[in-house]
Ligand binder design. Structure first.
Ligand SMILES: C[S@@+](CC[C@H](N)C(=O)[O-])C[C@H]1O[C@@H](n2cnc3c(N)ncnc32)[C@H](O)[C@@H]1O
Length: 263
């Protein structure tokens, strides 16, 4: 079928044709589910309050997707489970993002501006793309040092270990047989056991380099409650009695396989 509706010689946005929906466009409606089932790929900025439900809806339709979300969504138990199982991951360009907003949207004190054309904008510092489509970043291993070199040359790591935990080596968690790696760039590439890293690691995760594990499998005793999300989090996340931020447990795949990690 010829899609060059305006006969301009090329198919572009001017050739778009559309029909109105019968219903209100709720993604959970029969009408929109039918459209989902016809689609090859879903690309959108879904309602954040229904993020988890929207992800379920995509998986129910078995579709490829690229959707925007909030970094906080990563630690949601169902979303993190999908990430851990490599069924979805972060896309590129995460963090700071600006969005055009309608003229009708309220002016704000911060993270809001109007450009020279009168267009209103809002920005957010914690946005991220979630997708199940492969991308180059997932095939780019982090370049890391071994444990000895990290403890000798990684100044920010040495400083954090000293200031936060008053130690000069990677400490172990009180409740998990896992070492604390307070910065993703301080992951020792020669360590063969589970390590806990900040959630920012997910932005750099190459699944061929590290495997994401379920923290519940490394509890030191059955008295430590199992967490539905499988992260190290909340009051169980202590080191010498002091709680850390949320942590993802990972293991080096090449060390795990018994062969030495390469640079
Ligand atoms: C984060 S905004 C993104 C807006 C739009 N996609 C864009 O890029 O300009 C989420 C949008 O989802 C709409 N929404 C809220 N609940 C919905 C639902 N149950 N089904 C479909 N859309 C919904 C909101 O009205 C809002 O416009």
């Amino acid at each position: 079928m010829d899609k060059d509706n305006n006969k301009s010689g090329r198919i572009d946005i001017e050739d778009l044709s559309w029909e109105y929906l019968d219903g209100d466009g709720d993604f959970r409606s029969k009408e929109v589910k039918k459209l989902r089932d016809e689609a090859d790929i879903i690309v959108t900025n879904p309602p954040f309050s229904l993020f988890r439900e929207f992800v379920d809806w995509i998986f129910e339709g078995k579709k490829d997707f690229i959707i925007l979300g909030n970094e906080n969504n990563e630690t949601d138990k169902d979303i993190f489970k999908l990430i851990r199982e490599s069924k979805m991951w972060l896309g590129k360009s995460n963090g700071e993002m600006a969005f055009r907003v309608p003229k009708t949207s309220e002016n704000r004190e911060t993270r809001f501006w109007v450009d020279e054309t009168g267009q209103k904008w809002r920005s957010f510092g914690n946005m991220c793309w979630f997708t199940n489509i492969d991308l180059g970043r997932r095939h780019q291993p982090l370049r890391l040092m071994n444990m000895e070199d990290n403890l000798k040359f990684n100044k920010p790591l040495i400083k954090t270990l000293k200031e936060k935990y008053n130690v000069d080596s990677y400490p172990e968690f009180d409740n998990y047989s896992v070492i604390e790696v307070p910065r993703y760039d301080a992951i020792p590439n020669d360590y063969a056991k589970p390590m806990a890293v900040p959630i920012t690691f997910l932005k750099y995760h190459d699944p061929y380099q590290f495997k994401i594990l379920n923290a519940n499998d490394f509890r030191k005793s059955d008295e430590i409650p199992k967490k539905a999300h499988g992260l190290i989090k909340d009051k169980e996340s202590t080191i010498n009695g002091k709680a850390t931020y949320v942590r993802v447990v990972i293991i080096n795949r090449s060390e795990e396989d018994g062969s030495k990690a390469k640079d």
